[in-house]
Ligand binder design. Sequence first.
Ligand code: MEV
Length: 303
Amino acid sequence: MTKTIKVFAPGKLMLMGEHAVVYGYPCISFAVDKGVTVELSKGLKADKVTSSVSDDRFINAAKGVFFQEYVCRRKPLEFLIKSEISGYGLGSSSAVTVATTFALFKLHGISASKRRIFNLSYKAVKNIQPKASGYDVATSIYGGIIVFNGKTKRVQKLGISDIPLLVGFSGAKADTAMMVEKVSAMRKKDPTKANRIFQDIGDLVSEGKDAILGKDWSRMGKIMNENQQLLSSLGVSTLSLDRMISASSEAGALGAKLSGAGGGDCMIALYKDSSKKDIEKALEKSGATLLPLRVSKEGVRAV
Ligand code: MEV
């Protein structure tokens, strides 16, 4: 009988600190309870990939990095990849990379620490997206809510998972690499302004960490609103994201902001129970598709 390895890697959402993390500042992100499943077995003649993720580059990059590091006797491999998260900015590329790397370790019977899985997966992602901070890779590996240090790539798990968040999809798929380039161009033009914004975002992230640890959601909401203003001044918000964010604030959200690169994808709104229904209605009215996502306490795992 051929051995089949099945692993699941969760997707992610950014809570705060996007863009600044690319320049070495910390960010806070969390794993979601939907993700990517990879089934891996030894193949017959040549490698075969059957995937619901249109972009095979990340699987190939993960394979490339793994076999560069481990000179295992290379047999044909069969990958079956299913994604529940493609097209929303929920980190399907990093989840595919993480799941593929983890599955390769398992199939070859090599035990690897989370840090080791991160190093290989991040190297693979960087081959395709050289400016990626790696926070999405780390989130998919560690699970839960994490503080990710953009400079050292260190991870701190906050041990909290019951954050009251609603997630609205704007209907537009963002091009992360393009948004990162846009911010880089803005920084070249006005480094003083850009660096001040990154510093302010970094400061907000440390305040946000304390608010989360103290479950002080009204403070966290204010911090998220400030983070959104800073992202707007970086030029990465859009009319439809702004509309969804204002709609949720008017309906009683404690705070709301875009999540990720901007230019589309998702926004998040922090609610108190009494206004949850009103915010949901307001979000739908403003054109958002509500995504029923929760924090996943666990990261990549065998299933
Ligand atoms: C995109 O989800 C978040 C960015 O900070 C890019 C990155 O961290 O790699 C814009």
